[in-house]
Design a protein around this ligand. Sequence first.
Ligand SMILES: Nc1ncnc2c1ncn2[C@@H]1O[C@H](COP(=O)(O)OP(=O)(O)O)[C@@H](O)[C@H]1O
Ligand SMILES: [Mg+2]
Length: 240
Amino acid sequence: MPSAPMLSLKDVTVRYGLREALSGISFEVGEGELVTLIGTNGAGKTTCLKAISGLLKPSAGRIEFRGARADGLAPHALVGLGMAHVPEGRLLFPDMTVLDHLELGAMRAAADAKPYDERLEWCFSLFPRLKERRGQKGGTLSGGEQQMVAIARGLMSSPRLLMLDEPSLGLAPVVVDLLADVIAQLHKGGLTVLLVEQRVDLALKLADHGCVLETGRIILRDRAAALLENPMVKQAYLGA
Ligand SMILES: Nc1ncnc2c1ncn2[C@@H]1O[C@H](COP(=O)(O)OP(=O)(O)O)[C@@H](O)[C@H]1O
Ligand SMILES: [Mg+2]
């Protein structure tokens, strides 16, 4: 029997002024699943993550998270319920240290979260580099290290659902591999993940399911393994 969805979107529409960026999209992310949202630039992937995490308010439709209505809740309230959004572009504070960022991430942690020190050690075990760099300011880190901080900041809130927006963007292949390993490890550990990633091949290899988003509509949903073999996906997103 499929587990109850951790997250569900039903006919969600999001507008920027008069412009409709998402036009009635529906999908679910099951508990423990890794789902990837695929689509070209401007398809609406970031808009979708922002709507889920409360940064944008849908003009129609319904979002449920862990069995309760989530659209209309403030971002910090959703963090407290177990939702972490690692934004596109990382958005670190250049003058704050790695540790400062991780403390910030921990501020809205769920009431049942493990103690702060345990979460910190968990993040350092996933990203040993951050332990070495913990006193260093955000602005002085490499792109890969900044992405590690952004993910670890999200993990410090002890999330049930981790949403990642383009984690590999602009990073060297060796760092991309490292991040992919960590995402796979988090998924294996039972964390539910919604991944937006321009490296579609990589995303589909990590994911259980995928949704293909085109100009604000989901045009295809399938198991990731099936999408990897889908001729349309191959042609449009895998350069085959
Ligand atoms: N702040 C904004 N104001 C107006 N239009 C926006 C804004 N952000 C995104 N859009 C538009 O919404 C659409 C979806 O954008 P986005 O969600 O960023 O796509 P993706 O992340 O898939 O590249 C695009 O057409 C984009 O131009
Ligand atoms: Mg985007």
